[in-house]
Design a protein around this ligand. Structure first.
Ligand code: GLN
Length: 183
């Protein structure tokens, strides 16, 4: 979370933390950080954020989800915990903790042509992968074995990995471009 705020501020954005529906109403876009998607799901319901978030997403608010944030944006989740819900919006199925316990965390350089020639240094931490994509979804990056790790649908952007801990700013720039286009 702190890293996202730092990257967005360095890019010149006015950044607020959103924990309540009133705070959500004041922002033009949202970054959903990593963490634990099942806990985020429970907390979003507890704090009355789930329905307002779903309404804003349906209304076209730009959102960038990293890792657990991508899971929250996915319409379908494989290996979810019992009763786990998502916000949805991205017509994808993601698989939680897709790299198992042996390869919990790793870093790699990914080709992501939509961001230019330089590869993205991607940090994966108990990360999901995208198992299925619907027809309206653009695949932005895949691992060398073909597993999909970055997707975009309209103004919703999701990555399995964390770019914000590695000094990468281009995904946040892309998110801010979506915010500018939407407002
Ligand atoms: N494994 C977490 C989940 O299922 C995601 C981990 C992360 O966000 N770094 O929500």
């Amino acid at each position: 979370m702190r890293e996202h705020v730092a990257v967005l501020r360095a890019l010149g954005a006015d950044v607020r933390e959103v924990r309540t529906p009133a705070q959500l109403a004041e922002v033009a876009g949202l970054v959903i950080p990593g963490g634990e998607s099942s806990v985020m799901d429970k907390l979003s319901r507890l704090f009355g954020l789930r329905d307002p978030l779903r309404a804003r997403i349906a209304d076209g608010m730009p959102v960038y989800g990293t890792c657990a944030g991508l899971i929250m944006l996915a319409d379908r989740v494989h290996d979810a915990i019992e009763g786990q819900q998502t916000l949805g919006g991205l017509d994808v199925a993601v698989r939680r903790n897709a790299f198992g316990t042996q390869l919990d965390s790793f870093e790699t350089d990914l080709a992501m042509p939509v961001l230019g020639d330089a590869p993205v240094h991607a940090v994966f931490i108990r990360a999901p992968v995208v198992d299925e994509v619907g027809p309206g979804v653009d695949v932005l990056a895949s691992l060398s074995d073909g597993r999909i790790v970055a997707v975009e649908q309209g103004r919703l952007l999701g990555t399995s990995f964390h770019p914000e801990v590695a000094g990468e700013t281009r995904l946040h720039e892309r998110f801010l471009d979506h915010v500018a286009a939407a407002s």
